[in-house]
Design a binder for this molecule. Structure first.
Ligand SMILES: Cc1cc2nc3c(=O)[nH]c(=O)nc-3n(C[C@H](O)[C@H](O)[C@H](O)COP(=O)(O)OP(=O)(O)OC[C@H]3O[C@@H](n4cnc5c(N)ncnc54)[C@H](O)[C@@H]3O)c2cc1C
Length: 449
């Protein structure tokens, strides 16, 4: 059976859901196709439940900071309330009924199944075929990238899915990958009592962020008892009753469980993008500023490789929907794309790092400052920094990093400064409340000169 519709959205994670919802509300006939749960990774296995887990760990850490600050405390972690909050409050038991109802309420038609582009303007979901009048939006997202490690695929490893769904905390955990997902989940499980070893191939954790941020975070994770091994690649994994990961220096790391967090990859072949002329081996779908990927095809979210964040997927979903509707809308601009890692301390970054700016040939001035009075007042857990990267020719910030208890919140101010290219003299003239974490930005600006 062939259905004529205006738009088919392939993959209903946050990117697809945003585009599909806006198009349906505008009165188009929209089919949203989702192989798993409507909402995708973020609400069920990523942002939302992981931040709930981190919040549990943060509460424990604050309890452990009481001695020396405010008296005595005996902290006994218990995973059950965390697992229960994730099951009941975050994911409704991994049930997407309310999300489906919301989409249908917007006027959309939901089809559960694996969708595949079969040709220009044509999508198949099992036996069902759709011919589109306006376009196809490809929003298939990403899944865990499996590193080529001998023995790994055959082992009962965890990805973010199993880590989020777990009802118990393993006694010990080996985490492969020191990017955002690896460091966040390593800290959660360590704070709930697991003995955690974190292995990262690059020379430092969060290799895409400033080295100063990696240093602060590494110290914090070590203080949580995590054994951090950077500059080490896992070459093989054996699983008997426990996991043994062998590193390239011959060292062996053991754990009751092993989490793979070595990056994300898209499944372009599974979506059939080759049938509309998109190279399925290119890793990501190349798009222009309006998320156009091929005639009659738009792509949004992780699959574009522009920034693996929910806020990027939503931003792109809105632009693609407007473009499909023929509305004038500014092109996507990633210059001031914020990046936040919700460890304790939080690590926020926006724009270019110093290294990246120098690679680009920018004439940069940088400054690094502490968290000033507020960091000192905070006491235990008050470590952090602000790093500013300025374009010395234009006297504006082109990048900034904020690490600390409210690092991701302070990032808001820095994102605005980078986004609007606020002249440095204007930023210096502003009054910053005392004693806030964000006042540290003012002191870093003074350092910048
Ligand atoms: C542990 C973890 C924590 C994270 N925390 C944060 C955070 O705090 N903040 C943040 O901004 N980002 C965070 N992210 C990233 C965020 O989850 C992603 O950027 C976001 O989910 C991307 O949305 P998307 O719509 O592109 O893709 P996805 O959420 O991956 O959704 C894509 C959907 O497409 C479906 N699909 C794929 N192929 C097909 C097909 N052929 N047919 C039908 N359906 C298909 C999939 O089943 C999936 O549901 C985190 C990621 C992880 C793993």
């Amino acid at each position: 059976m062939v259905d004529q519709v205006d738009v088919v959205v392939l993959g209903m994670g946050v990117g697809g859901e945003t585009a599909a919802g806006a198009l349906a509300e505008a009165g188009l006939t929209v089919v949203g196709v989702e192989a798993n749960l409507l909402g995708g990774e973020c609400p069920y296995w990523a942002c939302i439940p992981s931040k709930m887990m981190l919040r549990g760990g943060e509460v424990l850490a604050e309890g452990r900071r009481i001695p020396g600050m405010a008296g005595k405390a005996a902290v006994e972690p218990e995973w059950k309330p965390v697992a229960q909050r994730i099951r009941e409050e975050a994911t409704s038991g991994w049930d997407d009924r309310s999300a489906v109802d919301r989409f249908v309420g917007q006027g959309g038609r939901f089809v559960r199944g694996h969708g595949h582009i079969t040709g220009p303007g044509e999508v198949a979901v099992g036996e069902q075929e759709f011919h589109v009048r306006r376009g196809i939006v490809v929003a298939g997202g990403t899944r865990t990238m499996m590193p080529p490690v001998a023995g790994l695929r055959a082992s009962p490893y965890w990805t973010n899915h199993e880590a989020i769904e777990t009802e118990t905390v393993p006694n010990s955990l080996v985490v492969l990958g020191g990017g955002a997902v690896g460091v966040e989940l390593a800290q959660v499980f360590a704070r709930f009592g697991a003995e955690v070893a974190l292995v990262e191939m690059a020379e430092r954790l969060l290799p895409a962020e400033e080295p100063e941020a990696s240093d602060v975070l590494t110290t914090a994770l070590q203080r949580d008892g995590i054994s951090v091994r950077t500059g080490s690649a896992v070459t093989s994994v054996d699983h008997d009753s426990t996991f043994t990961a062998t590193l390239d220096n011959g060292e062996r790391v053991e754990g009751e469980q092993l989490l793979v967090a070595t990056g994300r990859q898209a499944d372009l072949a599974g979506l059939g993008v080759v049938n509309v002329g998109i190279d399925e081996d290119s890793g990501w779908i190349p798009v222009d500023g309006h998320l156009r990927a091929a005639p009659g095809v738009w792509a949004v979210g992780d699959i574009t490789g522009k920034g693996l964040f929910t806020h990027v997927a939503v931003h792109q979903g809105e632009i693609a929907a407007a473009d499909i509707l023929g509305r004038e809308v500014p092109a996507a601009d990633y210059t001031a794309m914020p990046r936040a890692v919700f460890t304790d301390p939080e690590v926020g970054g926006v724009g270019r790092t110093e290294a990246r700016a120098r690679e680009d040939g920018a004439h940069v001035r940088t400054a690094v400052g502490g968290l000033s009075a507020r960091g000192f007042l905070h006491g235990a857990g008050g470590e952090g920094l602000i790093k500013l990267v300025a374009d010395a020719d234009r006297d504006v910030l082109i990048g900034a990093t904020s690490v600390g208890p409210a690092g991701a919140e302070v990032l808001g101010l820095l994102t605005l400064a980078v986004h609007e290219q606020v002249p440095l003299p204007h930023l210096r003239r502003m009054i910053y409340a005392f004693p806030t974490f964000h006042r540290a930005v003012r002191e870093a600006l003074d350092e910048l000169g």
